[in-house]
Design a protein around this ligand. Structure first.
Ligand SMILES: Cc1cc2nc3c(=O)[nH]c(=O)nc-3n(C[C@H](O)[C@H](O)[C@H](O)COP(=O)(O)O)c2cc1C
Length: 168
């Protein structure tokens, strides 16, 4: 294995490539803000704590959506399924069309979830931690439900591509 040598190894292009070796799932983070659904796709989602129940994701400080989304009283998080690759691209695309054609549910306090997601969380912002060019957003869970544990088949994001898990 080649060792990391100099700071050149840490240039942004190369770092993105190396970070991409680590596979992740993809979530939609969304809420109703000023009467319309607002949100984005995120692969930085992770579970954090059982007590209190916390999850997190990282948002780029350059995000144009986050300043609006963070105003929501409740935020919805949906774990996307393996048939959601086009939906994930749409949720990362032009903000005006992000929710076009999607079947959504909004909770009374505005958390938006995708009806055909594998799992849904209703959350509220617990803490935001500035971390370089991103902010780590800790979300406190208010409710969690899943579609059934039979065969969850999550969408997988790996090396800038979408895929699915292969059974052993
Ligand atoms: C698979 C996938 C995962 C993404 N994960 C993140 C993420 O974890 N954090 C983030 O800030 N943006 C992420 N993005 C980009 C956002 O979805 C969105 O495109 C970006 O925030 C720019 O839009 P905005 O300016 O409206 O926020 C991801 C995009 C894709 C397609």
């Amino acid at each position: 294995m080649t060792a990391l040598r100099t700071n050149q190894d840490l240039d942004h292009h190369r770092l993105r490539e190396v970070f991409g070796i680590f596979p992740s799932g993809v979530v939609a983070v969304a809420a109703v803000v000023d009467g319309v659904p607002v949100g984005l796709a995120a692969s930085s989602f992770t579970s954090v704590s059982l007590d209190p129940p916390l999850v997190s994701f990282s948002i780029a400080n350059a995000s144009k959506t986050w300043p609006d989304l963070r105003r929501a009283v409740h935020l919805g998080v949906t774990i996307l399924a393996d048939h959601h690759s086009a939906v994930a691209r749409q949720l990362a695309g032009a903000p005006a069309g992000r929710f076009d054609g999607l079947s959504l549910t909004a909770s009374p306090l505005g958390a938006v979830t995708l009806d055909d997601g594998l799992a849904h969380f209703e959350t509220t912002i617990y803490r935001e931690v500035l971390a370089g060019d991103h902010t780590i957003v800790l979300l406190r869970l208010l409710a969690a439900r899943h579609a059934g544990l039979g065969d969850p088949s999550p969408l997988v994001f790996h090396r800038s591509r979408f895929g699915r898990l292969q059974p052993d």
